[in-house]
Design a protein around this ligand. Structure first.
Ligand SMILES: NC(=O)c1ccc[n+]([C@@H]2O[C@H](COP(=O)([O-])OP(=O)(O)OC[C@H]3O[C@@H](n4cnc5c(N)ncnc54)[C@H](OP(=O)(O)O)[C@@H]3O)[C@@H](O)[C@H]2O)c1
Length: 246
């Protein structure tokens, strides 16, 4: 029996880091990497451990019908889907008065509606064998972010969705994880905080390591919770300064 894992948002950033880290896990045989940029997905595949079967699927996750068809092709080809890692996300931070209905809808389409769609289609296969689903939310989903209402509230919805389906899908032996990274040096973070120095914050690889750990046997008691992944910047900077001066 083989193990099959779908990762969305795998063309760069946190999704790429998770794919690279998970490829070190021999128990996953088939990886399916999804995002719109085929070039980005191929670059991710090139950085992964080459011992796996890695399939690149360039797709817009908001094309719900195409995603449904694609998931069914994957489920039928591999017999089941053992892991789904929902990473794809979008942010365009604006004040309430500057947020258009179109942008509000686009944020929810990517961060919530498409995630619901791929999760539902995947569970149609996963429910026969059990499996693991991991959703990437955000610390913005559990604390106030003035000027980010569309993004932050979509992530709050994702935290709630994750907790709800964690209970609902336990009947099928499906574990649902939700991680909420803090500030992490990616393209999306540049949109949220253009003036920030990316070298001072958490790197995507840090999130990849935590996710990989969670999805191993060690994470067996952490499903259904909103797990914050955050680098304590001030403390580590203090330590670096101390090391330099000692
Ligand atoms: N960076 C942070 O500080 C931070 C903090 C907390 C949470 N997060 C969350 O972490 C996740 C990953 O973000 P990131 O920081 O790694 O950002 P990123 O580098 O901008 O990556 C976003 C990913 O989502 C994919 N994507 C976006 N729209 C898509 C669509 N319509 N169809 C298919 N794929 C789509 C992008 O691929 P294509 O453009 O190729 O389609 C890309 O792979 C997001 O859910 C984000 O909200 C990030």
């Amino acid at each position: 029996m083989t193990n099959t894992c779908i990762i969305t948002g795998a063309s760069r950033g946190i999704g790429r880091a998770i794919a690279v880290e998970l490829s070190k896990h021999q128990e996953i045989d088939n990886f399916i990497l999804m995002a719109r940029s085929e070039d980005g997905l191929v670059e991710t595949r090139d950085q992964m451990d080459g011992q796996h079967n890695i399939q690149v699927v360039a797709i817009d996750l908001t094309d719900y019908v195409q995603v449904k068809e694609q998931v069914h092709l994957i489920g039928e080809e591999y017999g089941t889907i053992d892991m789904l890692i929902n990473v794809a996300g979008y942010a365009n931070p604006k004040s309430l008065l500057e947020t258009s209905v179109e942008d509000w809808e686009k944020t929810y389409q990517i961060n919530i509606h498409s995630l619901f769609n791929i999760t539902k289609e995947t569970v149609k296969f996963m429910k026969n064998t059990g499996g693991k689903i991991l959703n990437v939310a955000s610390t913005a989903g559990s604390s106030s972010r003035p000027g980010w209402s569309a993004y932050a509230s979509s992530k709050a919805a994702l935290i709630s969705f994750s907790q709800t389906i964690s209970d609902e899908l336990s009947d099928y032996n499906i574990l649902v994880y939700c991680v909420s990274p803090g500030r992490c040096a990616t393209e999306l973070r540049k949109v949220l905080a253009p003036d920030e120095d990316p070298t001072t914050i958490m790197q995507p690889e840090h999130v990849g390591e935590v996710v990989s750990h969670l999805l191993s046997e060690d994470g067996v008691c952490l499903d259904g919770q909103d797990i914050v992944i955050r680098k304590q910047v001030v403390k580590s900077m203090k330590k670096e300064t101390a090391n330099k001066t000692s």
